[in-house]
Design a protein around this ligand. Structure first.
Ligand code: AMP
Ligand code: GLY
Length: 429
């Protein structure tokens, strides 16, 4: 089968790497891809939001399956456009993708389907939102409705900060139309975990729990990033709680979407917060998390292609979705300065050396292969450069092995957190 993977991050490298292990996969294309995906298949210079170009490429090459890595193409209707061409797509249609594309939609669905989530109000007018915030007081959370590249959520500690965020979104339009509407919600406190499930419209099959590290600095300090590392399983959400958690956070959404005639197919990601009153859903994503995907797919014991096809064809109960018993941990190596401005074009060395150990994989994100006199080199081209991932007997061993691999990989102006996994290790003690 010929596969087209859409996206260019570490997540997409991991998806290509895992699909490559499937005996039925003959060719893999990745649009636009990165230095890592180029080694698993062929990169195609089409951006992830160029739906017409993706469709015509898929038709030309007679692609058998399109896998959407990020949310944007799904929100823009990639799955719907592919359905019109009768090309299978792993990822939900635009209606269901609104679970991530619109916070107001997502919160409303959560309320209607009985998913535990922070109490909220939706506003289209700045003055009304401001008055509400003044009445409620701080801390309070302000969320831009639309996609805002991970920057649309402000956990405001004071009323002034909250009003400032509202002004920024609704008056100054910092996120364009994504801020025309906002969700104002109660602040929750607790530890976060990610919980993902494959969905075929009616059934789900859970993946093990995982945990991301959003802040750029150790001890969760500094600005938020796309994620600086992840591990699985997350001790805060142990195996014996998976079914119960899925019934709380996954099943109601599947049921709701099916009732709307919009069955959810793809991977559904619930971002959970463990509060004193139990788990609450902070958000849904309609795709794998990045970097959670990297440790999760290293643990996945099964054929990703068969699982994806089963999701699309509504026969998930027929396939095996199992996880290896080991823990997995991935450390993101970023360019210094990320998530603000950072240098590019540095040469990366030591990847092959790191990967010479069994069950160590260096997933590439912001990388490209050099051309001309840089031929054969791998160069940095983004903020999150690599996600160095290892399996280990337990979390401590996975951490040790991942950091040993990190030590072998070098590039100028590199930054990584040394405390990936520590929250989990502390909980295990
Ligand atoms: P979201 O995109 O909704 O997950 O928000 C991004 C991040 O903002 C989450 O991972 C949390 O760290 C934080 N966050 C979102 N909603 C809340 C809330 N109600 N209370 C506290 N923190 C929140
Ligand atoms: N790691 C969080 C996300 O992918 O949204």
């Amino acid at each position: 089968m010929k596969i087209l993977v859409v996206g260019s991050g570490g997540r997409e490298h991991a998806i290509c790497w895992k699909l490559r292990q499937s005996p039925r996969v003959s060719e893999i294309y990745c649009a636009p891809g990165n230095g890592g995906t180029a080694a698993e298949g062929v990169n195609v210079p089409i951006k992830d939001d160029d739906i017409p170009a993706l469709i015509s490429f898929a038709k030309d090459k007679k692609i058998d399956l399109v896998v959407a890595g990020p949310e944007l193409p799904l929100v823009l209707g990639l799955a719907d456009a592919l359905a019109r061409e009768k090309i299978p797509c792993f990822g939900p249609n635009a209606y269901a993708a609104n679970l991530e594309g619109s916070k107001a939609f997502s919160k409303t669905v959560m309320r209607e389907s009985g998913v535990p989530t922070a109490p909220f109000r939706i506003f289209d007018e700045f003055e009304l939102a401001r008055d509400f915030v003044r009445e409620k007081g701080a801390p309070i959370v302000i969320k831009a409705d639309g996609l805002a590249a991970g920057k649309g959520v402000v956990v405001a500690r004071t009323v002034d900060e909250a009003v400032e965020a509202l002004e920024d979104m609704m008056v100054r339009k910092s996120f364009g139309s994504a801020g025309d509407r906002v969700v104002v919600e109660e602040t929750l406190a607790g530890e976060e975990a990610s919980f993902l499930a494959f969905c075929d419209g009616r059934h789900y099959a859970v993946l093990p729990s995982s945990q991301d590290h959003k802040a750029v600095g150790e001890g969760d300090t500094g600005p938020n990033t796309g994620g600086m590392g992840a591990y699985s399983p997350a001790p805060i959400l142990p195996r014996e709680k998976f079914e119960e958690t899925a019934e709380l956070a996954i099943r109601p959404i599947l049921r709701h979407m099916a009732e709307k005639g919009q069955p959810y197919k793809g991977v559904l990601y619930a971002g959970l917060m463990y509060t004193a009153d139990g788990p609450q859903v902070l958000e849904y994503n309609v795709r794998f998390g990045d970097p959670e995907c990297q440790p999760l797919l290293m643990r996945l014991d099964g054929d990703l292609l068969e699982i994806m096809l089963a999701c699309i064809e509504g026969r998930l109960s027929e396939v095996r979705v199992k996880a290896r018993p080991e823990a997995a941990l991935g450390v993101v190596m970023a360019a210094e300065g990320y998530p603000r401005s950072y240098p590019k074009g540095m040469e990366i060395t030591g990847i092959a050396d790191a990967e010479s150990e069994p069950d160590v994989k260096v997933f590439q994100a912001g990388t490209r292969t050099g051309t001309g006199d840089q031929e054969g080199k791998t160069l940095t081209s983004g903020g999150r450069v690599l996600c160095v991932t290892a399996l280990g007997e337990d979390l401590a061993e996975a951490k040790k092995r991942a950091y040993e691999a990190v030590a072998k990989v070098r590039f100028d102006k590199c930054h990584f957190r040394r405390d990936i996994g520590d929250k989990g290790l502390k909980r295990l003690k």
